[in-house]
Design a protein around this ligand. Sequence first.
Ligand code: NAP
Length: 524
Amino acid sequence: MTRDVDVLVIGAGFAGLRTLHTMRGMGRTVAVLEAGDGIGGVWYWNRYPGARCDVESYDYSYAFSEELQQEWRWSERYATQPEILRYVEHVADRFDLRRDVHLGRRMTRAEHDGSRWRVTTETGEEWSGRWLVMAVGNLSTTKAPELPGQESFAGEILHTARWPHEGRDLSGQRVGIIGTGSSGMQMTPVVAREAAHLTVFQRTPNFSVPAANAPIDDATDAEVKATYAQRREAARNSPSGLGFVPSRLSALDATPEERRATYEAAWKRLGFGFVLAYYDLILDQEANDTAADFIREKIGAQVANAETREKLMPRGFPFGTKRPSVDSDYYPTFNRDDVTLVDVRTDPIERVTPTGIATKNGHHDLDVIVLATGFDAMTGSLLRPEIVGRDGRTLREHWSAGPRTYLGLFVSGFPNLVIIAGPGSPSLLSNVLLSIEQHVDWLAELMEHVGDGTVEATPEAEDRWVAHVNERAAATLYPKARSYYMGDEIEGKPRVFMPYSGGVRGYRRILEQVVADGYDGLKL
Ligand code: NAP
C-alpha cells in the first residue's frame, strides 16, 4: 500500500521540521521520513563528548516564531548537543510536529513517475508525494577509513557521528582519536580530562580560534530578546548569517597596530566570525597572511613543547579556506603528560593491532579508537539513495562531475524535487539555520504561486547557476585548500567547490530577483 501526501520530506532535522511546520500551515499534507529513531538530524547522531555548536545559540535557532524565541532560554553562548536536542524536541512538541514524522524510515529510492515522486524505504514501505523535499543535511553520511587490521582490535572503535546513545565512560581508558577537524578538536580536551591516556592522530593541522564560551546571564538574555528582530535582520544582511555587523575594511588598509588590535578583539570574542574581521581575508592572499600569522602566533603561545608546537602549526593553505574550528583549550591540552600527538604525515598509521595502533615509528596502546574522520560532505546523503528523474536519468548520473543545481534548490530533469540548504547555496558557508529558514520561506511562496502545478529548473538556468557558483568561488581563496568544500575528503570525488560563496545577503537578493522576474529560470 502506498501512502500519498502532497509534500514528502526526507530528514527530520532542523530543515525537515521547519518544512513540515510551514507546509502544514499552508494546508498541505506532509510526511517526514527520517532514517534515525529520533528527530534532530545531526544533533541526534553527534553525541561525542564535548559536542556543541560553534554558531551562537541566539543565532542557531529558529526565527519563525517570536513566541518561541522569547520563551526558550539558552544556557550558554554556544549550546551543547544535549541542549540543542532538547530545543528540537521542544519545538516538535510545541508545534505538534511529531504526528507527521515517521522514524526509522531510510529512503533508498525515489522515482518521478511523470506526476508524483514514488519513494521506497529500507523497511519496504512505499510513499508518494507531489513534492520531494530533501532535508538530509550536508554532514550526515559518515566517512570512516578502513584501517588495515581493524577487525583484530580487542577494544572498541567508535565514530564521533555515531556515538552510542547510552554514552561511553572513557575514564581510565587509553583513547586514540583519529582526525582533528571540529569534532576531533572539540572532543580532545574533554576526553583528555577523563582518559588515562589520550593519543591524537593528526593529518592536517587546521586553524582554530577560541570559542570564548560562557553561561548566558539574565541581563544578556533580556537584552538579546528585547532586540531580537534587529539581530535577525543583521544576520540576514550579513555574509554568513551571523548576528553581528561584519567589517567593510580591508586588512591591507590597516596599520600593523590597528590590525593587531582588531585581531586581538576578534580572537577574544568572534569565534568562527574571526574570518569576517576584515572583508578581504577570504579574497586576498596577502590579507589572509596577516590573519594566519596572527593565529599561528596565538597557537604557538599555548604550546610548551617546541616539537609539538611545530606539529600543530597550520601551514600551506589560507586561514578559513578549510573550515576552521572553534575550540575550548584544545592547544593547552597538548601540554599534559598524558596526551600524545602523532603526526601521521611523518609517522603514518600502518595498521590496527589487537592492542592499539602501530605507526611507522612505534606502537600506541589503546582501549578505544575514536574516528573523528568526518563525512562525505554535501553530496553524500543526496547521492546515497537512488533518485530517478524524468527519462530515467539518475541524480548520480546528472552529478557525475559534481553537483549541478539552479539556485542550490532545483535540479533540471527532476520536477518538484527541492534541496534545502544544500550544494549551490550558502549552506555550509553560512549559519545553516538561517539558510534553512530562508529556503523554506521562499519555497512556501513558490508553492502558493504554482498551486498544484509543477516546477522544474531549465537546463540553461542550471548551467548559468553552476557557472556563477564557480565564478564566485574562483574569486576567493577557497580553491587553494584541500577541503570538503572542494570534495577533497573523499578519494575520487569530483573536485568542485560545492557551496555558494556569494554570501547570505547576496544570495537572498538573487532569490528576490528571481521572484521579481516571474520565477526566471524555472518552468512552472
Ligand atoms: P572534518 O572536519 O571533515 O575532519 C575530519 C578529520 O579527520 C580531518 O582532520 C581529517 O584530516 C581527518 N581524517 C580523515 N580521514 C583520515 C584518515 N584516513 N587518516 C587520518 N586522518 C583522517 O570532520 P568533523 O571534525 O567531524 O567536522 C565536520 C564539520 O562538522 C565541521 O567542519 C563543522 O562544519 C561541523 N562541526 C561543527 C562543530 C561545531 O559546531 N563546533 C563540531 C563538529 C563538527 P584531513 O584534514 O587531512 O583530511
